[in-house]
Design a protein. Structure first.
Length: 362
């Protein structure tokens, strides 16, 4: 069947196409207007789901067996990959934990993927052994609350990952007045670490590209206070690093009071406004690619109208870092999640009570 004939002979498909177009426009408009919102992930997922339905209807409507067969094979492969990823995710997390253990410090945050891998093994063991098969129905209903909460958290994690991926695609716009580089811990309390150096290098690269496009040199704001175990402020160490790489002193500003990402944004905004003379400046902030979305949420909360640009992070470090970022975003919205989890628990408690009082149990 000709493509355009599908529209003329299938009115529901036409309506579905219009719905697909509208969901895409709504998502794109919301994302371009404000990419620093978690709701963008929901809009994008809605668009993808409708796109999947639209494509399925289109393949069936063509009535071409070869296309239908290809579609079935691709769908089967997709489902198989998802199932295998879910079944062996514990192996991936343990593999990642091994590399992090070999190459990074043995701190608690760097062991997150190890804990997740071990937890997944326990979950699979319980699911396969089925120790609660003989439990009364009311207890089973109560125990189902745990996987329900886990499912909710997985959906929240999925939405976070979608937003994190989308945020990497935010337009660069090489017309900035200020480039804010977010600080990080110093090596031996006074030297820029490779992770922090990657942020500074990315900002310098951005500034040089902006100049190459015939626009003015933006000023770099080095943002980071002095930690308890640091000899100098992070801003001072970052400034020395940038000077050594040819950045003129007049093009560097320092914000050396902040102790966390929110303060990075809040205090840097004040430094930029004071130097510019108003709040009408244009700015970007720089951090590692896994961190820029959560940092953007802090920027929005601090009233800083800036989006982030991420620097490269080694692949083996990403899973552990992303888990930490997700935990951070989860805590930022803890009230909302606690309400939802409480409602889930209450629903299953009520289900357990009704199951226990049913005639089948008496």
């Amino acid at each position: 069947m000709h493509f355009f004939q599908i529209f003329s002979s299938n009115q529901p498909f036409t309506y579905l196409t219009i719905l697909l177009f509208l969901t895409f426009i709504v998502f794109l408009t919301a994302w371009l207007k404000e990419p620093r919102r978690l709701f963008n992930g929901i809009l994008f997922t809605t668009f993808i789901l409708i796109l999947g339905i639209w494509f399925t209807v289109l393949i069936i409507a063509t009535n071409l067996q070869i296309l239908i067969n290809i579609y079935i094979v691709v769908l089967a492969l997709f489902v198989t990959i998802i199932v295998l990823m879910a079944a062996f995710s514990w192996l991936f997390f343990l593999w990642n934990a091994y590399f992090v253990w070999q190459r990074e410090s043995h701190t608690l945050p760097n062991l997150l993927t190890l804990f997740i891998g071990l937890a997944l093994i326990i979950v699979w063991a319980i699911a396969l052994i089925g120790p609660f098969k003989a439990a009364p129905n009311w207890l089973k209903a109560l125990l189902y609350a745990t996987p329900a909460v886990v499912l909710y958290l997985l959906l929240v994690a999925y939405n976070f990952l979608v937003n994190l991926a989308l945020y990497q695609l935010v337009p660069r716009q090489y017309n900035q007045d200020y480039l804010i580089v977010l600080g990080a811990g110093l090596y031996n309390g006074e030297t820029v670490t490779p992770l922090l150096a990657s942020r500074i290098n990315r900002a310098i690269q951005f500034a040089q590209k902006q100049v190459a496009k015939g626009r003015k040199m933006p000023k770099l704001i080095m943002s980071g206070g002095q930690g308890k175990d640091e000899k100098i402020s992070e801003a001072q160490a970052m400034t020395e690093y940038a000077l050594a790489r040819g950045i003129a002193p007049d093009n560097i500003l320092r914000e050396d009071k902040s102790q966390n990402t929110y303060q990075n944004m809040l205090f840097s905004a004040k430094v930029a406004a004071k130097d510019y003379g108003s709040d009408n400046y244009r700015a970007k902030f720089f951090s590692n690619n896994y961190h820029i979305f959560r940092a953007s949420l802090f920027a929005r909360a601090a009233g800083l109208n800036a989006n982030g640009v991420g620097s490269y992070t080694r692949f083996y470090f990403l899973p552990n870092a992303i888990v930490r970022e997700f935990a951070g975003v989860l805590v930022m919205n803890k009230k909302r999640h606690l309400i939802v989890i409480t409602l889930i628990l209450v629903a299953f408690i009520l289900l357990a009570l009704f199951t226990g009082l049913s005639p089948a149990q008496n």
